[in-house]
Structures are given as C-alpha cells and as structure tokens.
Design a protein around this ligand. Structure first.
Ligand code: SF4
Length: 362
C-alpha cells in the first residue's frame, strides 16, 4: 500500500492525521489522541510555488514541505505540527500559520536546546503538557492510561530499532542498504500497531548477513537521494550505522519506564543521541561518532548533507577532522533532495569506495 493509500485508510478508520515537520516531537502523545503523525521530510514534488515565498538559500526539506501545502497535497491532513528544529522550519511555520492561512489547526512544539540543566527537564515537561492541553482543545480530553500504553509501545519500538541497528553494526543483517532505509523510514507514517510487527518480521527475515565489504557510517539529515544507497549496494559497501537526524538520531539510547508517562517521555528525550537541532556540544557529537566508528569498525564516514542545512554544516569541518584523525576516511556530499545521482557524484563515491576498499585489504 502506498503512503497515501495507507493514510487514507487510517483516516477511514477514524484516526486524525497530523502532518509533522522534522524532527523531534513526542509522537506517543499524538498516538494517545488516536492521531497519526505523517512526517513531511522529502515529498516527491517539483518545486513550483515555494520559491516565491522563500529565500533561494533555504534547504529542500523546507522547500518541499511548503510546496506540499501550496499544491494542496496535504488536504487530507487534519492539522500540522511544527517542532522548533531550526530557523528554517521556524520561518516556514510562520509563513504557513501567519500568512498562508491553511484553515487547519497548527501546533508548535519547542523542545529545549543544550546545554541541559535541571531546569531543562522541567521546561520539557511543561512543553509536553502544554502540547496536550492545546490538542485537547481540538480533539477532546486525552486518556492518561492510553498515553501510558503508547509510551510503553514507543519504548518497545525503540528497543526493536536498537536490536536492528545492533545486528547491522555487528555485520549480522543481510538486508541491502536500500532495503534497510526503506524499512526504517516507513516509521515516518505507519502507526506503531502496524510498524512494530513489520519491523519484527524484517529483523527475523534479515538476520545473518556475511559482514563482507567495507563498512561506512552515514551522518546528516536523511538518506536522500536514495540512489546513493543503491550505488553503495552495487559497490559492495555496507552501511554499518548512522548518525542521521531522521533515523538513528531519533532512537533513544536506552529507555526506562517511569511511573508517570510524562516523566518517561522526558527520560526518552534526554536519552536521544546528540544532535545539531538540539544544539548539542560539538565534543559530544564527535565522541558519539568516534564510538560508532570503533564499535562498527567502519572504514569511513559519508557526510550526507542537504544543501543549505546550516545546523549540520556548522559542525562538519570539526567532525570530519576528528574522523580523519581516528584513521577513517571522509566523503562529504552536498545534495538537493529527490535529485538523483549526477555523474560527478557517482565518480566521487566510486573513488571513495576504492580508497576504503584498499584500506580494507591492507
Ligand atoms: S535540513 Fe537542516 S535546515 Fe533544513 S529543516 Fe532540516 S535541520 Fe533545518
């Protein structure tokens, strides 16, 4: 079933659909309201109207998100949620809410930015409760038992994702790079009742890779254009781990089920890996990436960057330097979403793979 058909089907079942822009938000709260977050990262659209509202140096995540609204492709959605991810998303939220007048409820979510203090936990807790009361105005009262159930389900989902990532890191997953991310990214719109069994089947069916071929780690926002993954597959390169905002960076490193579901959500938020969109200190990000390289024995890191993504680009020079000092190779690619692979990019990736292949043999 296509994403559109699935969402239509969910709506027929009585679930409300909330279009969610990147990246961090408490999806368990939406589930508890019998709502389904449909994340908007890289819809396959041609940019027609968005350029008239945005500066030319805005990332294509924002351009495509706005384009989706302008082309009316989000008409089946019942509302939008804008997390405070970066200035670009913030500006788009203002264009959509203040100027376009989409005629649907718009929700805003302001998560804390590092450095974290004890007050950051209190602040996050207040933001969660404020989102709940805003949603209650439109959707009716939330059942706290249902929230608890959905938080437990979120923990279960995170533990399966960690298991899949661990198996891949150890070379024990047979899925291709393209299939891996096709599966993981379905979590951007599938309800957990459907996504969890799908992931469990995927893990069962993919256990037992041969761990052959040089390993690389992807760092950046999202694995688009996906043709890069296909090319890595063709070249026999295994993606062994990632530091991608839409994938690994949203899986809590550990979870504990606090008595209070709100407290459990706070614990999960602060257990997420370091991230540019949370202003995590550079040292934390470098250490996190170096640990991944050591654990997976990766030969290189591909910084898979979206053009004009300021939060990511600020950190890349220091991150790349640290990776090289640790003895791994670096490739930085700067892409527009859904643009396929240029001949030049193909050549650069092939040269990079040849280099890490030589290191692997040495
Ligand atoms: S790609 Fe970067 S700049 Fe664009 S929305 Fe995502 S974090 Fe913000």
């Amino acid at each position: 079933m296509s994403r559109r058909e699935y969402l239509k089907n969910q709506k027929q079942k009585g679930r409300r659909l909330i279009g969610v822009f990147p990246a961090h938000y408490p999806r368990e709260i939406l589930w508890a309201f019998n709502s389904l977050p449909a994340e908007i990262w890289d819809p396959p659209l041609d940019i027609e109207g968005a350029n008239a509202h945005l500066q030319p140096y805005i990332c294509s995540v924002v351009k495509l998100g706005l384009e989706l609204i302008l082309q009316g492709k989000g008409d089946m959605l019942d509302g939008f949620l804008f997390p405070h991810t970066c200035d670009s998303i913030q500006n788009m939220a203002s264009i959509v809410y203040d100027y376009l007048g989409v005629g649907k409820p718009c929700y805003f979510f302001y998560h804390p930015k590092a450095p974290y203090r004890p007050s950051s936990r209190r602040y996050y807790l207040e933001q969660l409760k404020s989102l709940v009361s805003r949603l209650e105005r439109d959707l009716g009262p939330m059942d706290e038992n249902e929230l608890r159930r959905r938080v437990e389900q979120g923990h279960h989902l995170a533990s399966i994702l960690r298991e899949i990532y661990d198996a891949r890191r150890r070379g024990g997953l047979s899925a291709s790079n393209a299939d891996f991310y096709r599966m993981i990214r379905q979590g951007e719109y599938l309800h957990p009742d459907d996504f969890i069994p799908l992931l469990e089947d995927f893990l069962k069916a993919s256990r037992g890779g041969d761990g052959k071929g040089p390993g690389v780690i992807l760092s950046g926002v999202l694995p688009n254009p996906p043709e890069i993954l296909n090319l890595l597959d063709e070249l026999g390169v295994r993606v062994v781990d990632d530091d991608l905002l839409c994938c690994g960076r949203r899986i809590p490193m550990h979870t504990t089920m606090a008595q209070d579901p709100f407290e459990a959500l706070v614990d999960s938020y602060f257990a997420m890996p370091p991230c540019t969109t949370k202003d995590s200190p550079l040292k934390g990000r470098v250490d996190y990436l170096l640990e991944k390289i050591a654990a997976s024995k990766a030969k290189g890191v591909i910084f898979y960057l979206v053009k004009f993504c300021e939060p990511e680009w600020f950190d890349v020079p220091c991150m790349a330097e640290a990776v090289k000092e640790a003895g791994a190779a670096v490739l930085t690619v700067d892409v527009d979403l859904n643009q396929g692979l240029s001949g030049q990019l193909t050549t650069r990736i092939e040269a990079f793979v040849e280099m890490i292949g030589r290191q692997q043999e040495a």
